[in-house]
Design a protein around this ligand. Structure first.
Ligand code: HEM
Length: 125
């Protein structure tokens, strides 16, 4: 299988992941109905986000936590939702790529998803 090694690979991975997310029974509605995401805006942000995390290319300059609070205030994003997000991410990475960067993509997503789940829970108290 192919190694995850450049920006083009990230675009493939992110496109395939959000293709699943958008059609997903458990978490798709956050994107389609709650946030009403404009995919043509969201996807390039996510390419930049992952390029920054994995390759140290500082192309993403946003605040990844901040956008999730207003969504969480409208409809709670629960631990189970994050676990499902992470399962889809891990599955998509493993279906398409191998190697150190693929492992790192799973490792970093795990850490951020856990931290985000915790922050969302605290914000609801
Ligand atoms: C079930 C869990 C999650 C849900 C429902 C969710 C939902 C969303 C939605 C709806 C947006 C678009 C907001 C908008 O543009 O209006 C968004 C943006 C984003 N999400 Fe998530 N997300 C989840 C988990 C994660 C995780 C685990 C990460 C990181 C590994 C992440 C990283 C980001 C980033 C970087 C953005 C773009 C932020 C920006 O605009 O700069 N999300 N998310």
């Amino acid at each position: 299988m192919k190694k995850l090694e450049d920006r083009a690979d990230i675009e493939v991975l992110v496109n395939r992941f959000y293709d699943k997310v958008g059609r997903d029974e458990k978490i798709g509605f956050f994107f389609n109905d709650v946030a009403k995401v404009d995919w043509s805006q969201h996807l390039p942000k996510m390419y930049a986000f992952w390029e920054t995390l994995l390759f140290g290319q500082i192309s993403y300059k946003g605040n990844p936590m901040a956008v999730h609070f207003p969504i969480n205030a409208e409809v709670p994003i629960e631990k189970d939702h994050f676990a499902h997000w992470l399962a889809l991410w891990t599955e998509t990475v493993e279906e398409n790529f191998t190697g150190e960067m693929a492992d790192l993509a799973i490792y970093k997503a795990t850490n951020i998803a856990n931290l985000m789940a915790h922050k969302m829970e605290v914000a609801r108290r």
